[in-house]
Design a protein around this ligand. Structure first.
Ligand code: ATP
Ligand code: MG
Length: 418
């Protein structure tokens, strides 16, 4: 038997309603904050990600699904959303609209990772980007949006961890200090990090290898090297968060997995997740639009993993999208009654109700058993007599109470809609 590829999941009917609720909540919250949905292709030119995500990152070095198409182009399945949004922002001249441009997305992403709980090869993200504002009010706004979203879903006990990783003015000096520090511990670093030392030493802080993590514990911290501009940006952000009553912790070790971040970086974590504790990660990337061929434009965004969010919801016992059965099951006996049943179900559906009938040639007894299994709220049985008299008995499946009703959509609707 052919099985699903490793690291992928089927979203079965019982779970798809949770997904829809999460997606609907994302649409609703984004509307309140003025974010508009954007949809971009599942695959892009490989160079978009090597430039946009950064070719010293784990994502680009180890995790991308890259192949040559029949035309010999190098194609990559998107491992994340930001690079595609920046491309689209530039390509479609979205900068010509009044700024900032606020965009959000609900997408599938692809990374060749070691599958485990909360870590898949195909996973899904809800994310957003805001282009054209360097104000820390924007940083505060997207963090508020994320918490608003979690609160609406009923998620509890999340932690917000913040850091600033500086800008092109203050990063170089810090990188020099980092290089000095790591050079004196080079023997202990993993091979990938040895390579990163020259190209991008800050990446080492994000390495998952325990030995590298140990070396990082005493490494210099960017937050101590911020220039005046970055320092005041960060202080303004924390003042906004204080004012909004959003609790945070400053974690100097957050550098985030992607190369393009500047200034604010943040992660939202949950103890419910175990090893993969980050449900949402984000930050500012003031150099990225220019890096990808646009005019210098500040940007900030976040992305959250929907599979990890669902793990939290389940572990906190949050019931979402508990579905009831159909409003009514219409049972029928014989061809004539079957015609009437078909039309009645159709009319009730047109009035917005969930109506079901038998589609498997069951006996009446079996039809009623099936109605019970579906959890139908009401049932009605139609035979030749009922069609002839235009009357039938409507049964409330909860109380067992039966009422004789006219066999018309309106009279049935008036009773069962309550
Ligand atoms: P991690 O450190 O856990 O690998 P990351 O820094 O690579 O995460 P991002 O690129 O920031 O993750 O992606 C944003 C969010 O997407 C993560 O916080 C997480 O919730 C989710 N995510 C990332 N990779 C995966 C994956 N392989 N499977 C499921 N969810 C993922
Ligand atoms: Mg990762």
């Amino acid at each position: 038997m052919i099985k699903k590829p490793r690291g992928t999941e089927d979203i079965l009917p019982n779970d798809s309603k949770i997904w829809r609720l999460i997606e609907n909540t994302a649409h609703e919250i984004c509307a309140k904050y003025g974010y508009k949905e954007i949809r971009t292709p599942v695959f892009e030119d490989t160079s978009l990600f090597s430039r946009g995500v950064g070719d010293t990152t784990d994502v680009v070095q180890k995790e991308m699904y890259t192949f040559n198409d029949k035309g010999g182009r190098s194609i990559t399945l998107r491992p994340e959303g930001t690079a595609s949004l920046v491309r689209s922002y530039i390509e479609n001249s979205l900068y010509a609209n009044p700024q900032p441009t606020k965009l959000y997305y609900l997408i599938s992403c692809y990374r060749y990772e070691k599958p485990q709980s909360g870590r898949l090869r195909e996973f899904h993200q809800f994310g957003l980007e805001c282009f054209g504002s360097d104000s820390s009010a924007t940083d505060a706004e997207i963090i508020t949006l994320a918490f608003d979203f979690f609160k609406t879903l009923g998620v509890k006990d999340l932690s917000l961890n913040l850091n600033s990783i500086g800008c092109e003015k203050c990063k170089p000096k810090y990188n020099e200090e980092l290089k000095k520090y790591f050079s004196s511990h080079i023997d202990k670093l993993c091979d990938t990090c040895k390579d990163r030392l020259e190209k991008n030493p800050m990446r080492i802080i994000d390495c998952k290898s325990p030995v590298c993590q140990e070396v990082c514990a005493d490494a210099p911290r960017m937050i101590d090297y911020l220039c005046e501009d970055c320092d005041s940006h960060f202080n303004q952000l924390t003042s906004y968060l204080d004012k909004l009553n959003i609790k945070y912790a400053i974690d100097p070790n957050i550098v985030r997995g992607l190369d393009y971040y500047t200034k604010t970086v943040f992660e939202i974590t949950s103890d419910a997740l175990g090893a993969q504790s980050t449900v949402c990660g984000g930050g500012r990337y003031n150099g990225l639009v220019e890096e990808l061929g646009g005019k210098p434009t500040p940007g900030i965004g976040f992305a959250m993993g929907i599979e990890r969010l669902i793990l939290i919801l389940k572990s906190q016992g949050i019931e979402l999208g508990e579905s009831l059965g159909p409003n009514i099951f219409v049972a029928s006996i014989g061809d004539n009654a079957s015609l009437t049943a078909q039309k009645l179900v159709y009319d009730l559906r047109n009035k917005g109700l969930w109506a079901e009938r038998d589609l498997c040639d069951r006996s009446v007894k079996a039809q009623m058993k099936y109605a019970n299994k579906l959890g139908a709220c009401y049932s009605i049985v139609i035979g030749d007599d009922e069609v002839l008299n235009n009357k039938a008995s409507l049964k409330n499946m909860g109380t067992g109470e039966e009422t004789v009703v006219e066999l018309s959509c309106d009279s049935i609707y008036n009773i069962i809609k309550k």
